[in-house]
Design a binder for this molecule. Structure first.
Ligand code: GDP
Length: 433
């Protein structure tokens, strides 16, 4: 999906516009324990366009001086977005800080659409003319609080969406990414994978966006490591800020089939790991948990089991994800990663036989009778797989409200026992027949 970013100095109304554009979608997030959602990144829709949108104002740059913060937020927008919405405030006119933002955006080659916010009624339209001086052509008058002018603004932004998506890899290519907080060893792992004997590093695609991915072949199968550049290049100040690293991770997760959640074996699990793993799960991606730096851990025969138990307790929602303990440094067990990615990816795309599926569900019901609620019993008529990546099932029932979470979980476990699905989430929906 194309990416839009909103930049502008504080108090021009970035978050209001962000929420307006995102609309009701932000409230429909799945409620997963332990996952808190940052409201800086979401998806939006305008007419036939689907896109993602970033509120760079939500990325807290820390104690930097005011102008420095604005500058870094603008650079994040330049790094991440296909089109930038430069937001200003019509009630205050052009300020020095606006000019500073303009200067940075001007140097980038990204398309910029200039919006003047807080134009709450037609009489105020005259106030937009000053903003021509910023050098981005026609300013679009909008009102975040009244929801005015957004259609025209989005029309203009959509004109700059790339014609081809950035995910233009062939269907047989397995896309994976390595996600984790800074210093867990993501770059070292990428290098270890690329350095494996059987791995042939292919050409890096020519387009600007794709150039950040690494393509490789292993046993004749093709893979892409998503956003490799994001792991290799370091140095920009804002790259160490937590929200920015989460944003980066979200973007990589979205483009991946399989997400390797990398944990530092030496440091153990922290909140940030859970958050990121939660996003991967929520996005319906296949997940492999990688515990790196296992060489540096002092261990006896119980250490691995204890660490595994700890992971399972922290990542309850990821009970399907296999765990691999390895070392990017000594290369120990690096060779197990690609086969593991293959398994997760195959299961992620697995389509099961409908009659076998129904046998499994009927056996499950025979074993554990369906729940009743206020004297009404849940009846399951038929189950069918409706999607892959991740596998999704619709259970046709007498009344969807009777399919409680615990029974749904039971069905999921029976389906997993029958078909495996190691490494992938599966979804179950109830529909009334
Ligand atoms: P990234 O920020 O996640 O990409 O992490 P890096 O790959 O830059 O690694 C961070 C630090 O951890 C570096 O000093 C690496 O040398 C070190 N490191 C990476 N993998 C391992 C490992 O398997 N074992 C040990 N002992 N150190 C590692």
């Amino acid at each position: 999906k194309p990416v839009m970013a909103i930049v502008g100095r504080p108090n021009v109304g970035k978050s209001t516009i962000f929420n307006r554009i995102v609309g009701a979608r932000i409230s429909i997030v799945e409620d997963i324990p332990g996952v808190t959602r940052d409201r800086i990144y979401s998806s939006g829709e305008w007419l036939t366009h689907e896109f993602n949108i970033i509120d760079t104002g939500g990325i807290d740059i820390g104690d930097e001086p005011f102008l420095e913060q604005i500058r870094q937020q603008a650079e994040i927008a330049i790094d991440e977005a296909d089109v930038i919405i430069f937001l200003t405030n019509g009630r205050e006119g052009v300020t020095a800080a606006d000019e500073e933002v303009a200067k940075i955006l001007y140097k980038s080659k990204k398309p910029v659409v200039l919006a003047v916010n807080k134009i709450d009624n037609p009489e105020m339209r005259d106030q937009i003319y000053d903003f021509y001086s910023l050098g981005f052509g026609e300013p679009f008058p909008i009102s975040g609080s009244h929801g005015l002018g957004l259609g025209d603004l989005l029309d203009e932004a959509a004109k700059h969406f790339p014609k081809h998506g950035q995910n233009d890899y062939e269907d047989d290519v397995i896309k994976f990414s390595l996600i984790g907080r800074p210093n867990v060893g993501k770059s070292s792992l990428v290098n270890a994978i690329l350095g494996e004997e059987r791995v042939i590093v292919s050409n890096i695609a020519g387009t600007t966006r794709d150039a950040i991915d690494s393509q490789l072949t292993y046993n004749g199968d093709k893979y892409v490591i998503i956003d490799t550049a994001g792991m290799r290049k370091k140095g920009k100040v804002y790259e160490t800020t937590e929200k920015y690293s989460v944003l980066r991770a979200l973007r990589a997760i979205e483009r991946s089939d399989v997400v390797l959640v990398v944990i530092d074996g030496e440091e153990g699990i922290i909140e940030h790991d859970k958050k990121i793993a939660g996003y991967a799960h929520e996005a319906g991606r296949a997940v492999v948990i990688v515990v790196n730096k296992w060489d540096a851990v002092e261990k006896d025969e119980k250490t691995m089991k204890a660490f595994e138990t700890n992971i399972r307790e922290h990542f309850l929602f990821l009970d399907y994800a296999p765990i691999v303990f390895l070392s990017a440094k000594t290369k120990k067990r690096i060779h197990t990663l690609i086969p593991m990615i293959n398994t997760a990816s195959e299961n992620h795309a697995l389509r099961v036989d409908t009659s076998v599926l129904n046998d499994v569900v009927m056996d499950a019901v025979a074993m554990n009778p369906t729940p009743t609620d206020k004297g009404k019993r849940l009846r399951i008529y038929y189950t069918t797989q409706v999607a892959v990546k991740p596998p999704a099932f619709v259970v046709f029932v007498n009344n969807p409200e009777l399919l409680h979470f615990s029974y749904e979980r039971f069905l999921e476990n029976r389906i997993r026992d029958a078909f495996g699905f190691e490494g992938t989430p599966i979804k179950i929906f109830a529909r009334e027949r």
